[in-house]
Design a protein around this ligand. Structure first.
Ligand SMILES: CSC[C@@H](O)[C@@H](O)C(=O)COP(=O)(O)O
Length: 346
């Protein structure tokens, strides 16, 4: 199942808000519609948001080209600034937009149609490289797991969150192919249930054994059933190895440390932000109260309830046993100061 596809000037997305009940593709030709889709999580997961952002820049360039050569680059730049801000935490969005802006710089002075073609090619490269990175991470990560592994994961860091195969679920897929997976436990991942709706769906489709638990059951699960590893993805990793990921990840890391369970993070280099020296520099998105006061659209709290709804948390590097990337496995102490992947915008 494809998360995202570009065909004849149209970006097609699987609308993840409808899964697992309905498989419907959105077809978008306006960059502002892509921003809206990113904001409402129709496309989500750090690498998939990055790919969507890259194609959103293409759509902005197509529109800018229609208005003529005069001011073309400035119009694309203005749109790119909006796109980069659609969601704040996943650095892959900024990273992908910055890559497109670099293409715009290189192509300065060329006909707009030619620039558009270059931007399409760059977006395709971003997607292809992401899918390849996930395969590499899968191989590195699978080697860390024991035979008969019982693995716990949080949120969805699978094919749906990437351009294919997945980061944390890529490791699971590779380990399953190697006959190493006994069971994957998926946290439901309140408030938006990416674990229950997406991770369970993805693993069931691939015939990988999966058991759903609510987030609050993770500690008891580790105590009773035995978990051999926790594997999660990341939205942004600071230079010192602090990891921002879906809210609840930090609690899992603390539980894992208490129970002596290795806590692995699988993420491409495009998720490492060398400019953030530690986790305190990572912006954490806060989302609408209604996501917490309701469950699957049904109100569960009294009207007017005060809510705090951070979408992500930061796990300190010292709780992270290893970071699995496409370039190999990194162990503490982490130092990603020299990672050149994430470019400044502007
Ligand atoms: C490979 S996806 C890694 C992360 O982006 C994922 O774990 C996550 O937290 C996604 O959050 P979401 O709010 O669903 O975009």
């Amino acid at each position: 199942m494809e998360t995202l596809r570009w065909e004849n000037g149209t970006l097609y997305f699987l609308d993840q808000t409808l899964l697992p009940h309905e498989t419907r593709y959105l077809s978008l030709t306006d960059y502002r519609a892509v921003i809206e889709a990113i904001k409402r999580l129709a496309v989500r997961g750090a690498p998939a948001i990055g790919a969507a952002g890259a194609y959103a820049v293409v759509l902005a360039a197509v529109a800018a080209a229609r208005e003529g050569r005069e001011g073309f680059a400035a119009r694309v730049r203005a749109a790119a600034a909006e796109i980069a801000q659609a969601r704040p935490t996943a650095v892959n969005l900024r990273w992908a937009v910055a890559r497109q802006l670099r293409v715009l710089d290189i192509a300065a002075g060329e006909e707009p149609e030619k620039v558009v073609a270059r931007l399409v090619a760059e977006a395709a490269r971003i997607c292809a490289a992401d899918a390849a990175a996930n395969r590499a991470m899968g191989a590195y990560g699978a080697a860390l797991l024991p035979p008969g592994a019982r693995v716990l994961t949080h949120c969805n860091a699978g094919a749906l969150a990437t351009c294919g195969y997945g980061t944390a679920l890529g490791v699971v897929r590779a380990a399953h192919a190697a006959g190493k997976i006994k069971m994957v436990y998926a946290d439901e991942t309140r408030p938006l249930l990416q674990g229950a709706r997406l991770t369970v769906f993805e693993l069931q489709q691939d015939g990988i054994p999966v058991t759903l638990i609510t987030d609050g059951m993770a500690g008891y699960l580790m105590a009773k059933k035995g978990i051999d590893a926790v594997i999660v993805g990341a939205d942004r990793i600071a230079a010192n190895g602090d990891v921002a990921n879906k809210i609840g990840t930090y609690s899992l890391a603390v539980l894992a440390r208490h129970h002596g369970v290795p806590f692995y993070v699988a993420a491409p280099l495009s998720t490492i932000d060398a400019a953030a020296s530690d986790g305190s520099a990572i912006p954490i998105e806060e989302r609408d109260a209604a996501e917490v006061t309701s469950f699957a659209g049904v109100a569960v709290a009294p009207p007017g309830t005060r809510v705090w709804n951070p979408a992500f948390d930061v796990t300190p590097a010292d709780l992270v046993s290893a970071i699995i990337t496409e370039k190999g496995v990194f162990y503490p102490p982490y130092n990603f100061k020299d990672n050149q992947e994430v470019l400044p915008i502007g």
